[in-house]
Structure formats: C-alpha cells, structure tokens
Design a binder for this molecule. Structure first.
Ligand SMILES: Cc1ncc(COP(=O)(O)O)c(C=O)c1O
Length: 312
C-alpha cells in the first residue's frame, strides 16, 4: 500500500512539514543501515483513539539505540509525548506510527561517531499487513534468521531488515503471504516482521528470544492475555516439523496484529481455519486495542483525535 502522507513529522522535538523531513544521500544511515526504529499502532475507540503500548515501544527504541551506542537526547517521557503530539497534529486515527533514529550527515567512515543522531516520528494510515482472508498461506524460508553475535536480534535496527526483505521477497516470489525463518540451528525463529505462536494439544508454544526472535510487544501482549485466560504458555525452542503437526499457528506483530496461519509449505494447519485458542486470544487483543474490553493491563494511551473509522 503506498504511503499516505500526513501534514507533520516530529524532528528532534519540533513538528516540521512532511515534505521537509528529508536527509542527504551521503548520510551515514544510507550507506551502513545505521538506524533503529519502532512500529506502533493507534486504534480507534468508541470515544476517541488510543496508542497501544506506547511506553513499551519507546523503551524498546531506547534499548535498540543503547545496543548501538546511539545517545538519544530525549527521555522516554519526551519521546512518548512526541508520538502523541504528532498524532494530534495530523489528526489521523487509526494510524501506524513510525519513530526512527538515524545516524545522519557527518562522516563517511564506518565509525558512526562523527555522524549526528536525528530522531523522527511520523504517522500515517496503514491497514492489514499479512494477506489472506481467514488465514495466511506461508512457507518456511530458505533464509535463516540472524545468527547470535552477528546482528543483534533484540535491536530493532534498520539493517536487520535486509534479512527480513530476503525472507519476504522469497515468500512473495513463490506465491506465499509470508515466510517463517529458522535460526542458524534450524529452530523456528520468526517471520520477516512477526513473532510465531504454535498450539498443540491445548498448549501454546513460542520460541524464546535466544532463537534470534525480536522481543515483540504483541508477543508480550499475547503471552499476558493467554496467561490471564488461564492457558498454558511455554517459551521453548520449536523444531520445524512441529509447525506441520500443530493444531493452530498464528503470527503476532504490530503490523500483523494477530494473524492466523492457514497453511505452511502447503500443509494445512489443523483444518486450515483459525482455531479456537487463536480466536479467543485475538478477540481479547482486538477488544482491548479497540476499547471494547477493559484496559485491564494499562496498555492504552489516549490521544485527542476523532477516529476516522469507528471501532466495531
Ligand atoms: C522481525 C520482527 N519480529 C517480530 C516483530 C513483532 O514485534 P511487535 O509485536 O513489537 O511489533 C516485528 C515487528 O516489529 C519484527 O519486525
């Protein structure tokens, strides 16, 4: 879906016109992928709109920056306020929010020390991310996820998404909606932009972070919801073939939300339809996000915007 421009982008604490949020081609980030970023959703509510798990996302941005020795000159509170200000200035909800921290124009050497840190926050409308009505058709990627001690998987860094692009492009070229990558040891890791959950005999499994998976905020939300609903959840390494014999498999992610998987390598997951546990978790997730169920975990930050699409 083409990007739909909005009016303003937050840049280092100031709202500037969308068209002016540009960088020089010799900026460090263009050459070496030196950026860390976030993806956040703001949902329509019965009265207004709210950002889902804003502080957790901005804390992960600070964590990603810390791993790469990027000193962000804004506090967690200032960054969260920047997101709210941007959404309210543009007056658009529901929307997707993209905070990004880059190494800008300074020096051309690989050492980023002499290139300034620039912080931007943009927001725009964005709908469904993983295609497939009633469940996505996915494959196991021939590409592995990042190996430990190469590119840090816990940092949501721009450069990591070169690997994600390989996974996603291969899936697309072969007619699949998405690919699931294994880690370098052959265990299930994650999708190109989603965490993976597997259900068998009533137990919910997801790979631990040590299997090169991003510490997904939606992953954490699903773990919290499942435990709250009294379900058994185990974080453990998952062999590839467990995906083929699972009763239910679903993706989680800010963009993907909770997306049921219908087939993997053309093998039906269960009967090919979204399963009961997936539906129960998705119901709770969307219920909280859209303000139709109590915000029992304190996940919503209200913004003063009239939602374009009323929550259903
Ligand atoms: C590689 C990868 N894994 C998992 C996720 C899910 O993370 P979250 O739920 O925080 O969006 C994302 C999305 O950002 C991602 O890019």
């Amino acid at each position: 879906m083409p990007i739909q421009p909005t009016e303003k982008i937050w840049h280092n604490g100031t709202l500037i016109p969308w068209e002016q949020a540009t960088i020089h081609v010799i900026s460090h980030v263009v050459h070496y992928g030196s950026s860390v970023f976030e993806g956040i959703r703001c949902y329509g509510q019965p009265s207004g709109a709210a950002v889902f798990r804003l502080p957790e996302h901005m804390q992960r941005l600070l964590d990603s920056a810390k791993i790469y020795r990027m000193a962000i000159p804004f506090s967690l509170e200032e960054l969260c306020a920047g997101v709210v200000d941007t959404i309210e200035a543009n007056g658009i909800a529901p929307c997707y929010i993209r905070p990004i921290v880059i190494r800008g124009y300074g020096e051309i050497g690989v050492n980023p020390k002499g290139s300034p840190i620039e912080v931007y926050i943009a927001n725009f409308p964005w709908g469904k991310y993983v295609a497939g009505h009633g469940g996505a058709d996915v494959c196991i990627s021939s590409w592995n996820r990042l190996a430990p001690n190469t590119m840090p998987a816990l940092a949501k860094a721009g450069a990591n998404y070169m690997n994600s692009q390989l996974i996603r492009m291969e899936a697309d070229a072969n007619g699949y909606a998405e690919g699931i990558a294994l880690d370098v040891n052959g265990y299930v890791s994650e999708g190109s932009g989603e965490n993976v959950f597997v259900i068998r005999n009533g137990v919910i499994y997801t790979p631990p972070l040590a299997n090169s998976a991003l510490s997904g905020i939606t992953r954490d939300s699903v773990l919290t919801i499942a435990r709250h609903l009294g379900m058994t959840v185990i974080e453990q390494s998952i062999p590839r073939e467990m995906l083929y014999i699972a009763d239910e498999v679903f993706f989680t992610g800010t963009a993907a939300e909770v997306t049921p998987i219908a087939t993997i390598d053309k093998i039906k997951v269960g009967d090919g339809n979204p399963g009961a546990i997936t539906k129960k978790i998705a119901d709770e997730y969307f219920g909280i996000a859209n303000g139709l169920k109590p915000d029992r975990f304190g996940w919503l930050t209200p913004v003063k915007v009239n939602p374009a699409v009323a929550a259903k």
